[in-house]
Design a protein around this ligand. Structure first.
Ligand code: GLU
Length: 474
């Protein structure tokens, strides 16, 4: 039986959850969730000057919006400092690390001389092989003894084997002279202690992997499976900038993209499963594998994102969509729906969700539900309320009074009316849209009538028949 898969997302809380981080989290989440594994969350808050509680909150909020739930408690890396130091001391006791008493000035002088002599500026501490009897009673760092010869090979699931000559590695500091552990040590100790089996992260961490490997090897710990994924680029192939979409996950929520569409799009950003573009969460979990991650940077494409979001809105369960719409209103600071509007919107959802790519678009289509009488038609709709159109509405209203309030019943009455007046149904649609929604672009007039019901429909038609459209009559 193979061991349980354990992945993690390990953001530094120095800013919001940006789109690259969200994708990293998603890949780790999909990999674990598709294999009955665990997905852990560690906040890498060792950089006290740059880490803020607000950033941690924004990251947690972004993950919650995307539905990327983690197992167990959120781990604070900073809180593990004593354990990280313990490992450094263990390596020291085993002779795999040493105390280095070199001062900043001595190191700088070493580098300067190396530069002047055209040698590698990689620092070589004179304390590596010093007899402890010669150690002064002075502040010191603890450095790992890096291998001097041979090669380190990182078996990366995306990049393939990456080989680094060991003479390129320096005796990295594990514990600073003030006793604080370095970040590189903290990552390895935490990943080991948390039982992480697979590390999926941005390829900006590939260089770190070689240095982290030294610690794994010195401790005799299993190295996790590494998958370093190419970063995301903008549509022009350049590094992703704010202009391109390097925004926080929260910004995408506020723009009204549904989380399922965002997940689908982020999954496709650098990973593929044949030609599949649209897929469900269940499919993503079943299909996601490290083999499908591409080696070249993915390009952010807003049109693709919107297209997928439209498909997810159309396919969503009505009640779930209504719920997410309410959350969107809260996230954007818009007023919440009254119970009455919320119920009506739930009834209308079936005719709103086709062809809406975002929640603002859905809300615009739902205007006929959200607006209250008397409706104020927008400029385009007002054009459809000239005197001829108002005449049509005036005559149609009593006929609808007695119609059976079903799609067939409503269609029968309106087509009989159109036939009797020798007008095309299209001629009636504009005035009806204007009357029922105050808009020129709306769901089908029959859907609106069915959702609004007889009483409200007739009241809106009569309002419109009386509409003061003097300017349009001209
Ligand atoms: N804290 C690092 C970052 O936010 C990630 C480190 C890792 O995944 O090993 O980029």
């Amino acid at each position: 039986m193979s061991a349980q898969v354990v992945t993690r997302f390990a953001p530094s809380p120095t800013g919001f959850l940006h789109i690259g981080g969200a994708r990293t989290a998603l890949f780790n989440w999909l990999y674990a969730r598709g294999r009955g594994g665990k997905f852990l969350l560690r906040i890498e808050d060792t950089d006290r000057a740059r880490s803020t509680p607000e950033a941690t909150a924004a990251i947690l909020q972004g993950l919650a919006w995307l539905g990327l739930d983690h197992d167990g408690d959120v781990v604070s890396q900073f809180e593990g400092a004593a354990r990280h130091a313990e490992v450094a001391h263990q390596l020291l006791a085993q002779g795999k690390a040493y105390k280095c008493f070199a001062t900043q000035d001595e190191i700088a002088a070493f580098r300067e001389q190396a530069r002047a002599e055209g040698r590698s500026t990689l620092y070589r501490s004179p304390w590596r092989d010093a007899d402890p009897a010669t150690h002064p009673d002075a502040p010191h760092a603890i450095r790992i003894k890096a291998p001097l010869t041979g090669e380190t090979v990182i078996r990366d699931q995306v990049q393939g084997d990456v080989t680094i000559r060991n003479d390129q590695l320096d005796d990295m500091i594990l514990l600073r002279s003030d006793g604080t552990p370095v970040y590189m040590l903290a990552v390895v100790v935490d990943d080991h202690d948390m039982g992480v089996t697979h590390v999926i992260r941005g390829d900006d961490h590939l260089n770190n992997a070689a240095r982290q490997m030294m610690i794994y090897q010195a401790m005799g710990w299993d190295v996790p499976v590494w998958a370093h994924i190419p970063l995301i680029h903008g549509p022009d192939g350049k590094k992703l900038s704010k202009r391109h979409g390097a925004l926080g996950a929260g910004e995408y929520q506020k723009m009204g993209y549904p989380a399922a569409g965002m997940r689908n799009y982020l999954a496709r950003l650098g990973w593929s499963h044949g030609d599949d573009e649209y897929f469900t969460d269940a499919q993503a979990r079943a299909w996601f594998d490290l083999d499908g991650i591409g080696k070249s940077p993915a390009r952010f494409d807003t049109r693709k994102l919107e297209n997928l979001c439209g498909q997810h809105i159309a396919a969503a369960d009505d009640a779930a969509l209504l719920q997410e719409l309410q959350e969107f209103l809260v996230a954007t600071g818009l007023p919440p729906l009254s119970d009455e509007k919320s119920t009506l919107l739930g009834t209308a959802m079936y005719c709103l969700k086709e062809r809406a790519k975002t929640f603002p678009e859905l809300i615009e289509k739902a205007h006929f539900v959200l607006a209250d009488r008397p409706l104020e038609p927008d400029a385009k709709a007002a054009k459809n309320l000239d005197s001829v159109s108002r005449g049509i509405l005036t005559e149609l209203t009593p006929q609808l009074q007695n119609a059976s309030w079903t799609r067939d019943g409503l269609e029968a009455v309106t087509s009989a009316f159109a036939e009797a007046r020798e007008i095309k149904f299209g001629k009636m649609a504009g005035p009806l849209r204007a009357a029922l929604a105050g808009r020129a672009v709306t769901p089908s007039v029959f859907d609106m009538m069915l959702v609004l019901g007889r009483e409200e429909t007739l009241a809106r038609l009569m309002d419109a028949a009386r509409y003061e459209a003097a300017a349009q009559d001209g």
